[in-house]
Design a protein around this ligand. Structure first.
Ligand SMILES: CC(C)(COP(=O)(O)OP(=O)(O)OC[C@H]1O[C@@H](n2cnc3c(N)ncnc32)[C@H](O)[C@@H]1OP(=O)(O)O)[C@@H](O)C(=O)NCCC(=O)NCCS
Length: 146
């Protein structure tokens, strides 16, 4: 079992609030699952929880290293909250296929938010190999940065 990748993201809560205000349910239903919507809307500071889930999904894509490739969609990643408040992730559809193809078997996430910002951190665990230069030998292949 390896750490396959890590990811982090930060978003302004105001940006999420503006998208909700401008696009309403169209935005919410495109990005969030029914479970997530119910969780956020039941809370006083709903926007912060929506923003936290936005950041979590972006952080997950960074941990996978794929970004928004074919098959990945917002609603195929669901942030599920355990009884003690701890967030977990479930994948389905095309996103699940991408995750499985990469050999990622688990995704750990952590979310935090305040009035202004939400942030999230993710760790992808799996059998796959992280494809980045790690040694001095491979580093040389990239040459100078200028
Ligand atoms: C975990 C805890 C330290 C978080 O402190 P906090 O400063 O209020 O947290 P932040 O505002 O930075 O972040 C909130 C996020 O923490 C995460 N979180 C909450 N409880 C968590 C837990 N037990 N383990 C890991 N992460 C947790 C959630 O993702 C939450 O965001 P979300 O509700 O939108 O999913 C605090 O909530 C705590 O002590 N909880 C104890 C258990 C508890 O009170 N449970 C109530 C269940 S109803």
């Amino acid at each position: 079992m390896n750490i396959f990748g890590i990811g982090t993201d930060m978003v302004e809560c105001l940006r999420i609030a503006q998208m909700i205000e401008r696009h309403g349910e169209l935005f919410i239903n495109r990005v969030y699952t029914d479970h997530e919507i119910k969780y956020c809307q039941q809370r006083k500071a709903a926007t912060q929880h929506f923003a936290g889930r936005w950041a979590a999904k972006e952080a997950i894509l960074k941990a996978l290293g794929t970004g928004w490739v074919k098959g990945i969609s917002w609603r195929d990643m669901e942030i599920r909250t355990l009884a003690n408040g701890k967030p977990t992730v479930a994948f389905r559809g095309g996103t699940r296929e991408v995750v499985e193809r990469l050999g990622v078997t688990d995704m750990l996430i952590s979310i935090s938010h305040c009035r202004s910002h939400a942030t999230a951190y993710s760790v992808a665990i799996g059998n796959g190999q992280w494809e980045s230069p790690r040694t001095d030998e491979t580093f040389d292949e990239f040459g100078d940065f200028d």
